[in-house]
Design a protein around this ligand. Structure first.
Ligand code: IPD
Ligand code: CA
Length: 265
């Protein structure tokens, strides 16, 4: 099996195994703090176990970097890292808000820029977004691309969850000028929505995003023709460590970037 087939199959299995859980008490069961620093919920644990069991079953020689389970070495001779956020949008999934996904990526080296495969599955309807390096980005069998046309309504995705007051002050001109700001609560799925052209820019400058939240989206955005920048507008890259936190801007083109950030210092 090719790597992207393995990731797709693993995320299909997550979809199957968690589909009756969202919004139930069973989803919310508390398993203490996971490796990523948040409380692991039962739904997170079930989803992660699904992936770990499948990777073992197909004997995929890798090191898993899971948001809850931490680093799990499935081989002494690994081909690389499977970067796993088995449930992105955990709060939505526990409350039953229909916006959460799984995010799985493969990187042969310890850098985001080495990612070769990424799969994001919308766990509320099974839509599967995926990309393989230099081969494009897809939703199911259809190629996807960021929106490069002049948008009828410019949709500005912006994650402000837990943002510090200084950041909110800095971003105020965006809220003032842009009438269509959005935040849905699952970064990976928002990156996928951006990649298919449903948003023109997605901004998260909180410096809170973990590698697990961004890994699959990183490749999908780039393969869909988007720019993926850090807070200084340089090309985003980072190592895969558990301590790494990033800020990022996914944007369709320089023109949109200039329009949205024109009044920001
Ligand atoms: C969270 C979501 C959310 C973002 C948080 C992430 P999780 O991921 O992506 O949109 O605001 O920073 O931690 O915890 O649900 O996997
Ligand atoms: Ca998660």
């Amino acid at each position: 099996m090719e790597v992207n087939e393995i990731l797709k199959e693993a995320s299909k299995k997550i979809y199957e195994n968690v589909k009756d859980l969202p919004g139930t008490e069973n989803a919310a069961g508390d398993f203490g703090r996971g490796a990523g620093g948040d409380i692991s919920r039962n739904i997170d644990i079930i989803a992660e176990k699904t992936v770990l069991e499948f990777l073992k079953e197909v004997n995929f020689e890798c090191v898993v970097l899971g948001e809850e389970c931490g680093r799990v070495e499935l081989s002494k001779n690994p081909k690389g890292f499977v970067i796993m956020d088995a449930i992105d949008g955990s709060a939505n999934s526990v409350r039953g808000v229909p916006f959460f996904c799984s995010s799985l990526a493969f990187a042969p080296e310890n850098r985001l820029s080495s990612i070769t495969d990424g799969v994001i599955t919308n766990l509320t309807n099974g839509d599967m977004y995926w990309a393989s390096k230099n081969k494009g980005a897809f939703l199911g069998d259809c190629k996807i691309q960021v929106n490069n046309k002049e948008p009828i309504y410019k949709i500005v995705g912006i994650n402000t969850s837990g943002a510090k007051p200084e950041l909110m002050r800095k971003l105020l001109p965006i809220f003032e000028k842009q009438n269509h700001t959005r935040h849905f609560g699952a970064n990976a799925l928002e990156m996928a929505m951006f990649a298919r052209g449903w948003m023109d820019i997605f901004i998260d400058l909180r410096n809170k995003i973990r590698i697990q939240d961004i890994a699959a989206g990183y490749l999908i955005v780039k393969e869909a023709g988007g720019l993926l920048l850090d807070e200084n507008f340089n090309s985003l890259d980072a190592d895969l460590s558990y301590d790494t936190r990033v800020s990022f801007i996914a944007v369709a083109n320089q023109k949109i970037l200039a329009e949205v950030f024109s009044d920001i210092e």
